[in-house]
Design a protein around this ligand. Sequence first.
Ligand code: HEC
Ligand code: HEC
Ligand code: HEC
Ligand code: HEC
Length: 263
Amino acid sequence: MLKRAAAVIAFIGLMAGFAYAGSGAGTGINGSMHDINSAAGYTGDVLQRSCVFCHTPHNAQANGSVPAPLWNHAPSAVTLAPYTWAAPANQPIAFNTDPLIGPSRLCMACHDGVTAVDSHGNGGLGNSAASGTTLMTSHYTDGIGGNAKRFITDLTVTHPIGFLYQDALNERGSNVEIVPASNKFITGATSELYAANFDTKNRTIATDGKKISDTLYGGYMTCASCHEVHNTNNAKPDAGHSYNYFLLAKEEGSAICLSCHIK
Ligand code: HEC
Ligand code: HEC
Ligand code: HEC
Ligand code: HEC
């Protein structure tokens, strides 16, 4: 596995995105972009375990001062300023002191660009000291051949996270501009979203999988409110398209955005 990774390293520039794209959306962690063993360039696990890069059954590591699910990866220590609301109606919505509250900080354990991706403990093998030194490089070729950015260093230019979804409902009104958190993500056909008679308020479109409330951390919106890191509840793209992005609803028709926004 590692030998093969080294052999193809010269081709990575263009091929990496397509190689991952073959793993498919919504088919689980193994073989996905989050299976670090199959991600070229990083040191794989001695037993080829996939969960070990993020979790361990024993001797879990602290993730700073916040609870983390049996975490087995060097923590991200970055401090980032939150988003600044542009919409006047949103301005009363406060951000948590740490806008990376909850799973967001876990994502940043690799996606901050300064914590090594393969820096996981040998969980279950006697110690949990983090090893591995390979950082993410800045860009990769994604499933649509785009030059996508791997890491996030500035939350002021990314979709707001680290605020209470309920605060947004209070400012915007439930089912006025934002759907209630009991709604599920849109899974209906793109053609329904494009239909002239699609009513974004009354939402006569199929929804399934996670409720928005299931993706909030103590009510806070995080990276995991749009992305599912394990690739189990991820939306499959329409035929002819190839991407994953670990998204809870499709890109087509902006189903992911319309899952929360009434626009
Ligand atoms: C790339 C990192 C990563 C890998 C690999 C990974 N997880 Fe997770 N896992 C997370 C993060 C981050 C969370 C918390 C965020 C969330 O719940 O969305 C989490 C949460 C969980 C939870 C509790 C929350 C839930 O989803 O119910 C379980 C159980 C879990 N993971 C099991 C596993 C198992 C089993 C594997 C391997 C087959 C695995 N994970 C691989 C990052 C990972
Ligand atoms: C253990 C390290 C690690 C953690 C933790 C992690 N990721 Fe990743 N992620 C990666 C790697 C490695 C890639 C593949 C890109 C590459 O080759 O560098 C990736 C790719 C992605 C992609 C691009 C997928 C695509 O199809 O283009 C998204 C989106 C993503 N991660 C989101 C997240 C989110 C959200 C979290 C937290 C819930 C998270 N990641 C946690 C390592 C990690
Ligand atoms: C509001 C929803 C939403 C939130 C919140 C969100 N993302 Fe994304 N993310 C997306 C979408 C949609 C894409 C697919 C690319 C696109 O449409 O531009 C994406 C793409 C990505 C990619 C692939 C590279 C790229 O730029 O296309 C990474 C990595 C990623 N997200 C990580 C994160 C991390 C880490 C967080 C939290 C700090 C986060 N995302 C929060 C919606 C979100
Ligand atoms: C999990 C729910 C959720 C998803 C998914 C989501 N958003 Fe949001 N977004 C919110 C909430 C809540 C707010 C704050 C209230 C509002 O502006 O309606 C917000 C705010 C915004 C804002 C206003 C920011 C400002 O400066 O005032 C924009 C623009 C936006 N989202 C665009 C998008 C786009 C584009 C997508 C899809 C890529 C998306 N959102 C996906 C929940 C979500």
